[in-house]
Write a protein that binds this ligand. Structure first.
Ligand code: IVH
Length: 667
């Protein structure tokens, strides 16, 4: 492949994976089979490692996905919630075994467990009582679902025995057992509600419900499998689960300890053919090095432990007929085709829709209306079309023609030369694009305004919010009588909009949604120009002088500020009082911190680490990367490293939060 083609493919893969991540973690649904997802993921990883020039810190290959939800409070994870490396074949498992033996020696035992197909949760117990339950979130922060977790009867609120540590975390998978799932769906159908696609979706949707008394009515369960921590509480994984069981956690008994790879394979085969007999869904097995000292020796890569791997069961396939293809328009205007199929049973669910990526994929498979198609899905629900039975094609069938106008607004579609997707160019008049931009603007990393997608949809439909600046003219009086609102939610929304006026300039710039201006680029531009006004006046050449800003980004910024409609929008945002300026990093602002030495650790809510460092310097303080007796403060964000935490404790260095720090400066 030529570099240009590689680049296009990488971009396409990132886009597709991002969408699937969103659907999976936030939308509680999925439009691709597990296997299909993993194939795309592996393809992206391979291309990225071969072509580092197309690297992007925001690539989905750098993340574990996120289920963060604006309506929940989020907290940092004490230990990041990583995913597992996975494979679908035994050769790769043998390679895993080889790698392990090479690093820790031949005397390895493996603990084989089932891979429960539900939603991961991390529970913290303090003094034997359930203290907090977090979802995976983005791996570093999770949503607080403690109130819902408390309703799961099999989860101990108080532990048995007394040998548990004063504080520890335990991870498990919230699942909906098959029987409960069936019953729940029957009831839903009786009430004319849409049944859940599969137990995993049902569990994940339930866990994110606001009303925990409704959660209590759903027969959720939780199966436990891991106690993270750096101090040696146990010698082996098997011992840790045995202990957990004694303390009152539900730990299934299907596990097997073995030192032979053959036996590992047997375990896999046994469960691959008998999974239907289990009272809950599994999507594979997990193989873990049993010895915890060995696990520590093997450690972690950025995303996965080196001491464990999952073997995923292959997707099941079915044949169906393609009835028609629909088209959905996303926030960037990208048009995604979706297949409507004749209903077919696949792995216990009825399948009627399947995802298709783009015109190329339709062309590649030469899919035509009326064709018999192979549909596949892993543990996941919305399946994927993986092939066409050309032998059964109707002789009069015709090649499928991709639409030429936008299904939402009728504008003729465009397709740029190196892009896989078709786009609707009507960015200011096409409803899903407008709503998408508003959603980006209010998102957590941008203006952090608390409003659900449905709320935005409602405000848009009522004509109250047609662009992001309209948000700032909303008033409690005018929204509190709308269908989704009450007094409290109306006030909350208005307060949240008010608060967003304090969001620092770099994030305001990011929130505008200028093409190619992601978080990092926005920060670079903000730091270089210090105000919106300066940035708006910057020439293409000047922009390209900024660190890490190339022609493409510079052009896009110029293009944005060239458009009269954007200029008007920006002017309205300015009069709404958003932060359009910032202090120059490096300039001295005060001597409040003179003589004070800081170590920054973790991830912060309102500022990036770089921003915090420059604020410290602006106020006369010093930054240092390691903790010593000379350190005056540790400025700790989410996910501060445990070793730093311990060292700070040992040396008695005060640990302060971002809020403490800001307060310190306001004195
Ligand atoms: S161990 C540090 N064991 O699979 C590794 N995970 O793809 C901790 N899962 O996030 C994970 N069953 O949600 C482990 N027996 C099991 C599991 C299991 C299901 C899930 C879990 C994890 C995901 C990784």
């Amino acid at each position: 492949m030529k570099p240009e083609q590689v680049k296009t493919r990488i971009q396409e893969l990132r886009k597709v994976l991002q969408k699937h991540n969103y659907d999976y973690y936030v939308g509680h649904s999925s439009s691709i089979s597990d296997f299909g997802y993993d194939q795309l993921y592996i393809e992206l990883q391979t291309l990225e490692s071969k072509f580092p020039e197309f690297d992007d810190e925001n690539s989905p290959s750098r993340r574990v996905g996120s289920d963060l939800n604006r309506e929940f409070e989020s907290h940092p994870h004490r230990y990041p919630m990583l995913s597992l490396g996975n494979t679908y074949n035994k050769e790769e498992l043998a390679e895993f075994d080889q790698r392990v033996r090479k690093l820790v020696g031949e005397e390895v035992s493996y603990f084989c467990e089932l891979k429960y197909d539900g939603v991961a949760v991390a529970l913290t117990y303090r003094n034997g009582e359930l203290f907090r339950a977090l979802t995976r979130g983005d791996g570093n922060r999770g949503d607080d679902v403690t109130h819902n977790i408390r309703t799961i009867r099999s989860i101990p609120l108080k532990l048995s025995g007394s040998s548990y540590p004063p504080e520890f975390e335990i991870r498990g998978e919230v699942i909906l057992p098959a029987e409960g799932f069936k019953k729940m769906n029957l009831e839903r159908e009786e009430r004319d509600e849409t049944p859940f696609a599969n137990p995993r979706n049902a569990a994940s949707g339930t866990l994110k419900m606001q009303n925990s008394s409704l959660v209590a009515q759903r027969p959720l369960d939780c199966l436990f499998y891991y106690i993270p921590g750096e101090q040696l509480l146990f010698q082996t994984q098997s011992e840790s689960l045995e202990k957990a069981r004694n303390w009152g956690f539900r730990v299934p008994e299907y596990n097997r300890l073995t030192n032979s790879l053959e036996k590992v394979f047997e375990f896999i085969d046994q469960w691959e053919s008998n999974r239907e007999q289990l009272p809950f869904d599994i999507d594979g097995v997990v193989i873990k090095v049993d010895s915890i000292p060995m696990q520590q020796q093997l450690g972690f890569t950025a995303k996965t432990p080196r001491w464990a791997i999952s073997y995923k069961f292959r997707a099941e396939q079915a044949v169906s007929r393609l009835l028609s293809i629909d088209f959905q328009v996303g926030r960037t205007g990208a048009v995604t085709p979706v297949a409507n199929l004749e209903a077919v049973q696949l792995a216990g669910t009825t399948v009627k829709r399947a995802s298709l990526h783009n015109a190329d994929q339709i062309g590649m498979l030469d899919i035509r209306t009326g064709d018999h198609v192979y549909v596949e899905k892993g543990g996941e629900i919305i399946p994927k079309i993986v092939g066409v039975d050309h032998g059964r094609r109707e002789p009069e069938s015709e090649p499928f023609r991709f639409i030429t106008t936008c299904p939402e607004c009728g504008t003729p579609l465009v397709r740029e030369e190196d892009e896989a997707a078709h786009y609707c160019p009507n960015d200011t008049g096409c409803p899903p694009q407008i709503k998408g931009r508003i959603e980006h603007f209010i998102s957590r990393k941008a203006m952090e305004i608390n409003a659900a997608e449905a709320t935005i949809d409602l405000l848009y439909r009522k004509g109250m919010v047609r662009d992001v600046a309209d948000l700032y003219s909303l008033e409690t009086e005018s929204i509190r009588n709308l269908e989704r609102f009450g007094e409290k939610s109306a006030t909350n929304l208005i307060e949240s909009i008010e608060l967003s006026r304090l969001v620092p300039f770099p994030r305001v710039l990011y929130a505008l949604g200028i093409r190619y201006v992601g978080e990092t680029v926005a920060r670079k531009l903000a730091e270089a120009y210090l105000s919106m006004e300066n940035l708006m006046e910057a020439s293409q050449e000047a922009l390209e002088q900024v660190d890490e800003i190339g022609e493409r980004i510079a052009q896009s910024v110029r293009f944005y500020f060239h458009d009269e409609r954007n200029l008007q929008l920006v002017a309205r945002l300015k009069s709404a009082g958003l932060q359009f300026e910032m202090e120059a990093p490096g300039e001295t602002v005060s001597d409040l911190l003179t003589g004070k030495s800081f170590v920054i650790s973790g991830v912060f809510k309102h500022h990036s680490r770089e921003e915090l460092k420059s604020i410290i310097e602006q106020h006369g303080g010093k930054n240092s990367s390691s903790i010593s007796s000379q350190t005056d403060y540790i400025l700790a964000g989410a996910n501060m490293g445990p070793s730093k935490y311990n060292k700070a404790q040992k040396l008695g260095v005060p640990i302060i939060t971002e809020a403490n720090f800001i307060e310190m400066l306001s004195q």
